[in-house]
Write a protein that binds this ligand. Structure first.
Ligand code: DI6
Ligand code: FE
Length: 407
């Protein structure tokens, strides 16, 4: 018996290994965990007695286990809500019109600048706890509602503190080019310059972000501005991600691919050429059905072309106050299937194996196999497709997270 060595038995294991049978499933399986890492998975009948004898045995009464879910794209550190905007949109105002009038992202910037770090930690931790209730073990969190160095850093620190408080692993992303802040309204180029020359070096020194991101869209930032930002970020060793082609085809996916980005996200309007560029670069497609749903968009991402080109497809909540006020990952799973036409297995891979890849963490987590971190979700289901089938049910029985920092 041991505090750090566990064996989970009497369970079905959806390993999510690629190239296996559906879900990489091991029916009547077992999994052995040693010091936070998976030591062995296989049929329960084959569990080596040595592993069983050295471990605390937990029987899971026929439940399914999967990798703990991974949400690779959120903006969950923010203050205030956008309920007035929600009402205005129902009366016919568009997202772009509201943003152009100084609402939208900039209204959340005002509220977030006014909030204390402690307030942001409490708000973010509560949102992380909701994601964890649906089995999340790892969540990416972007800044981007500060748009000045002080508030951006406050958000990134709050993101990490919230992860500790809610017991969810967090990866942080500096979303430097999200919207043009009010105080820079008359000097776009000056804003991009200060982001590149002042904020990015300070961020690298403070080690507050794992990657950087930008919103490449008409009404946000142009491909040329994003390229300046990515050039500066790359020189400092940051990995890149991009909000690309969400509302129009601005060549964002191809731009992301040109920089070897971890992911291009949204990509509803990405062309075949953009998909081919992503495939060549190994850039992951992160699909965000929550924003598509909330904005009542009608253009779906090019799922068939992504499949044909073997671009890895991840899913994420995009949890944010403007376009995706959605705190349930199982809802996102359902939307990935029902709105975007993913199979239940593709959708689950999108919130596990491919989500890990979208964060550059595929050697650490995202599948259940020997050597990976023991980040596991246990589910009250009879088949993994139930995870995307039900809407609004609590299906997660518990989570296990291997301890220690990610490499
Ligand atoms: N795209 C989005 O969907 C979010 N940010 C972005 O660049 C929306 C953020 C917001 O409206 O607050
Ligand atoms: Fe987003």
């Amino acid at each position: 018996m041991s505090e750090t060595n566990f064996v989970l038995t009497d369970c079905h294991v959806a390993t999510m290994l690629p190239g296996c049978d559906a879900y990489g499933a091991i029916v009547d399986g077992a999994i052995a965990i040693r010091e936070g890492r998976i030591a062995w998975t296989g049929p329960g009948a084959d569990l080596p007695t040595r592993l069983r004898d050295e471990a605390t045995v937990l029987r899971l009464d026929g439940r399914w286990i999967t990798p703990a879910l991974i949400d690779p794209h959120t903006h969950l550190v923010f203050a205030g809500t956008r309920t007035r905007e929600f009402e205005a949109r129902r009366k016919g105002a568009s997202y772009a019109e509201i943003a152009a009038a100084g609402g939208g992202i900039l209204s959340t910037v005002r509220a977030t600048r006014d909030a204390s770090e402690d307030e942001l930690v409490a708000l973010a931790a509560a949102r992380l706890e909701l994601l964890a209730r649906d089995g999340a073990g790892l969540v990416e969190i972007k800044s981007g509602y500060g748009l000045d160095q002080e508030t951006e850093f406050k958000m990134l620190r709050a993101a990490r503190s919230a992860g500790v408080k809610a017991n969810v692993r967090v990866r942080t992303t500096y979303l430097g080019l999200h919207a043009l802040p009010e105080e820079w309204r008359d000097d776009r180029s000056g804003y991009v310059t200060t982001v590149c020359e002042d904020v990015l070096p300070a961020l690298a020194a403070a080690r507050l972000a794992d990657s950087v991101d930008a919103f490449c869209e008409a009404g946000a930032f142009t491909p040329d501005e994003v390229a300046r930002f990515f050039d500066a970020a790359r020189r400092l060793g940051f990995k890149t991600k991009l909000h690309a082609d969400q509302l129009s085809d601005g060549g964002g996916a191809a731009l992301a691919a040109r920089y070897g980005a971890l992911s291009a996200d949204h990509i509803e309007y990405t062309s075949e050429a953009g998909v081919a560029a992503m495939a060549a670069a190994g850039t992951v497609a992160v699909l965000l059905p929550g924003a598509y749903y909330t904005l009542r968009e009608t253009q779906c991402p090019p799922v068939a072309a992504l499949r044909a080109a073997s671009v890895p497809i991840a899913l994420a909540s995009d949890l944010n106050p403007g376009t995706s006020p959605i705190t349930s990952l199982l809802t996102i799973l359902n939307m990935g299937v029902t709105l975007f036409g993913l199979s239940p297995e593709e959708a689950l891979a999108g919130l596990t194996r491919e989500a890990a890849r979208a964060l550059g963490m595929q050697t650490e987590t995202g599948t259940l196999e020997a050597g990976k971190r023991a980040d596991i979700a246990v589910w009250d289901i009879d088949h993994p497709a139930e995870l995307s089938y039900w809407l609004g049910r609590r299906l997660c029985h518990r989570r296990f997270l291997g301890d220690g920092p990610y490499q």
